[in-house]
Write a protein that binds this ligand. Structure first.
Ligand code: ATP
Ligand code: MG
Length: 798
């Protein structure tokens, strides 16, 4: 074929070459991770352009994330001189947005239509429920949101829904009202972007035929995670509608995917689209790529072994030309805090060995896990970036919570006041707030102080908010930081608000994490736990003037805790100190765009990416596999695919870690290591900590799981049926108590000790052995200290 000598094609294997240079026909590439699917897709676009088979305007390429779209554009412009910015390369939502902007009139939208995120959508539904007196006990707004979202994904408008019972009829009624409200306000939600584009293509022949003629090549990456409506949209734009709209004039569709990496079933993704595509588009050519170019074989073999435990697979092979490489490192930590510590130590070593920070990724199953990792990286002054999410203290729900806390400290903080005066919604309109702002401006006082001069209903409603804060201030006086936050979360209505939200689960988890953050802040900064406020902290005046060094302890005191609050910590209340800490940590921009930073993200958002070194953390039962998925077969298989995605992100070095205890959802949990460890080939692994002792044969399978917290349901029982082949012996019995390891030092965690200068304290952490042994000890009067045990004089207190 012409153009097959192009330098673009030099580094392709024969299968890849065949895929890149396919004639203009529908085709499917089904291949495993790291086999070059995305590279083939990008190279094909470049090859088509270079040979003049298509103009840049004739390409439609769909990626799964904005990051992937950006990367594809960067690659393309590196391959040939083309203005990629004008090209239709993007996510489904991004492309639909662009399409609707171009045809807003035909789509019946205002030119500047706004997009509602899930949060906005829920508040819109709530407003509507109130206005129309919808019984929200019977029809919780978040369920109404799901209903509407599902209808849209099925391509159904209110009139199309078959409502056979009164409840459904009511929901359809709300759907109808919601649509009218959105239309009135000129806003669209995510589902609407997709559905409205689809309908416009379906109903407007001129527009449809225009695009069918225009897009000669339609290329879709991550095809395994498309949903029903997205697939219908593709058929429409490719002129392949099964509903009589087929005109044969559409472009060629190249779908690229890996069934083993389908991880969005919970959001409506249909792996079945792959087989439907082959049938409905009469695909003649299916291309398999079997060479993995990304990872060394220890990593790849681990991934292959793991995924082989799934039953429903389309079946493909994957091999690597690279050697074994380094073993996959497995680490077991006593706590999530120490897991993060270890990881950061490991990272420091990698960085010393000249690994770029952006080539190091930390992957976790759920967002709430990032907080402890972020804090540890922050304390170590290592730049990092969190993808697919904001830094912890910048998240909206956390900012709302901090605003309430700030108002407890300072009612005149207008920014915080405005942030939460009507959040959660309490019927305070923008007009009332403007009035209040005018009053405050006129008298030069804070919004809080102006409230008493605001008359009428607005005055009364806002005064109610102020009174609520006053009550909360009363109630929290004298409580410790953790309890202050807990009470605030309940009484402000924040927790309840997010519990009722469609995708509020993550936010509730994050609010719980805020409680954890406060708890560890108090421990690390050495605030007297039982003594709130400053009394206990300044009760010993010489404590403020005498540093350990001046006491001749310089050799012993390894003050590893940064002295950030050395000057202020003793005079601020724990709440004030914590708020300062939050503001500093969120305000810091070490990881500004473009800077070389460690990459933090959930496994879901790591799809399609690759890094030299990957840490997968929290490989524990209940977390990964996630507890919500463990009780059914399909859920467990999806978790395994997630683990497969995670492992296959690594090029050279892979770490898998798990922790015996973990603070999650505001409580300490005792976790077993993930069952996925037993599905990995032993010869590929290297244990950095002694492998857990095998459980004694006949140790009572059922009974030993009794107190485990997870894994007590029948689903887990089935999943553990590998026990029948003798493999389950590698699991240790679940621990019901914090492991109280006797250290050679004679000290253990939680032990009370006496120090001649610092007085009585409690051991928080023990590290190292022999001469290097050191302990982190919390002395109520002097804060938390690291002490070298070979030097420090400590006496255990019985
Ligand atoms: P995933 O399933 O994770 O999305 P993928 O199949 O899309 O993976 P790519 O990301 O395209 O795989 O490729 C994986 C890595 O292998 C990339 O770094 C890519 O540049 C490299 N690669 C692909 N094909 C070749 C080749 N023929 N020669 C050298 N390197 C290659
Ligand atoms: Mg890819």
């Amino acid at each position: 074929a012409p153009g097959n000598t192009s330098p673009l094609l030099h580094n392709l294997n024969p299968e890849q070459l065949a895929a890149v240079t396919l004639p203009a026909e529908h085709a499917l590439i089904l291949a495993g991770a790291g086999s070059g699917k995305t590279r083939v897709l990008t190279t094909r676009i470049a090859w088509l352009l270079q040979n003049g088979y298509v103009s840049p305007g004739g390409i439609l390429a769909v990626t799964f994330t904005n990051k992937a779209a950006k990367e594809m554009k960067t690659r393309l412009s590196a391959m040939l001189p083309v203005n990629v910015n004008g090209m239709w390369i993007g996510t489904f939502h991004g492309l639909c947005n662009r399409f609707l902007r171009a045809h807003y009139k035909n789509a019946g939208l205002p030119q500047a239509f706004q997009i509602l995120d899930t949060q906005d959508q829920l508040s819109a539904i709530k407003r509507l429920c109130k206005q129309y007196d919808i019984d929200t006990e019977r029809f919780p707004p978040k369920q109404l949101g799901w209903f509407i979202g599902n209808c849209k994904e099925e391509g159904l408008r209110p009139k199309d829904v078959v409502a056979s019972d009164p409840d459904t009829r009511k929901k359809v009624e709300v759907y109808q009202l919601y649509e009218e409200q959105c239309q009135r306000e000129g806003v669209v939600d995510f589902g609407e972007l997709m559905l409205r584009s689809y309908e416009l293509l379906r109903d407007n022949t001129a527009i449809r035929e225009h695009y069918q003629r225009r897009f000669r090549h339609i290329l879709i990456d991550e095809f395994q995670d498309t949903n029903k409506l997205q697939y219908a949209w593709i058929k429409m734009i490719a002129g392949q509608g099964s509903d009589g709209l087929l005109n044969g004039g559409g472009g060629a569709v190249l779908a690229v995917g890996d069934d083993d990496q389908s991880i969005y079933a919970f959001r409506g993704a249909r792996v079945g689209n792959m087989t439907d595509f082959v049938r409905e588009f009469a695909v003649q050519r299916q291309i398999k790529l079997e060479e993995n170019y990304r990872s060394y074989s220890n990593i790849l073999d681990s991934a292959n072994a793991l995924i082989s435990h799934n039953s429903r697979r389309l079946g493909k092979n994957l091999r690597t030309v690279q050697g074994a490489g380094e073993p996959v490192r497995v680490y077991e930590a006593p706590s999530d805090f120490l897991e993060a510590q270890w990881m950061v130590d490991e990272m420091k070593q990698l960085i010393r060995d000249d690994v770029e920070r952006k080539e190091i990724a930390v992957l976790y199953r759920s967002n709430a896990q990032s907080r402890v990792i972020e804090t540890t990286l922050f304390n170590a002054a290592i730049p990092y970036r969190v993808y697919g999410g904001l830094r912890f203290f910048e998240r909206a729900e956390i900012k709302h919570a901090l605003a309430y806390l700030r108002l407890l400290e300072n009612p005149n903080d207008d920014t915080s006041f405005l942030r939460v005066v009507n959040f959660p919604a309490r019927g305070i309109g923008t007009r009332s707030i403007e009035q209040l702002q005018d009053l405050a401006k006129a008298t030069g006082c804070s919004l809080h102080d102006a409230v008493s001069t605001l008359s009428g209903r607005p005055g009364a409603v806002i005064a109610g908010f102020v009174a609520k804060l006053d009550v909360l201030r009363e109630q929290t006086a004298g409580l410790n930081l953790k309890d202050i936050i807990k009470l605030m979360l309940e009484n402000s209505g924040l927790l309840e608000h997010y519990r009722n939200e469609r995708e509020g689960e993550d936010r509730v988890e994050n609010l719980d994490e805020l409680v954890n953050a406060a708890e560890s802040f108090v421990m690390q900064e050495g605030f007297g736990r039982e003594a709130p406020g400053m009394t206990a902290l300044v009760s010993s005046p010489e404590a403020l003037t005498q540093s350990p060094a001046s006491q001749g302890l310089s050799g012993a005191a390894l003050d590893a805790v940064p002295d950030e609050f050395g000057d202020t910590g003793e005079t601020l209340s724990p709440l004030q100190a914590f708020l300062t800490h939050a503001a500093l940590e969120a305000g810091d921009n070490m990881a500004a765009a473009g800077q070389d930073a460690i990459q933090l993200m959930t496994v879901h958002s790591s799809k399609g990416l690759e890094f030299d070194c990957v840490f997968i953390t929290g490989m524990e039962e209940g977390l990964f596999p996630h507890e919500n998925s463990m009780s059914d077969h399909d859920g467990l298989e999806e978790e395994r695919r997630l683990a497969y995605v995670a492992i296959t992100r690594a090029r050279k070095r892979l770490y898998l870690s798990h922790s015996q205890t973990r603070m999650l959802h505001g409580q300490t949990r005792f976790n077993l290591k993930s069952r996925f460890f037993d599905e990995l080939p032993e010869e590929c692994l290297k244990y950095l900590t002694p492998k857990q002792q095998p459980m004694l044969a006949g140790g009572g399978f059922g009974s030993s799981w009794g107190g485990g917290g997870y894994a007590t349901n029948s689903g887990a029982g089935r999943a553990y049926s590998t026990g029948a082949t003798g493999q389950f012996g590698t699991y240790s019995a679940p621990q019901k108590e914090v492991p109280r390891k006797e250290e050679p030092t004679g000290l253990r965690k939680g032990q009370k000790v006496f120090h001649t200068k610092f007085g009585e304290g409690t051991v928080l952490t023990l590290e190292g052995a022999g001469d290097d042994a050191r302990a982190q000890i919390n002395f109520p009067r002097h804060g938390t200290k690291w002490l070298a045990l070979s030097v420090a004089k400590l006496t255990p207190v019985p």
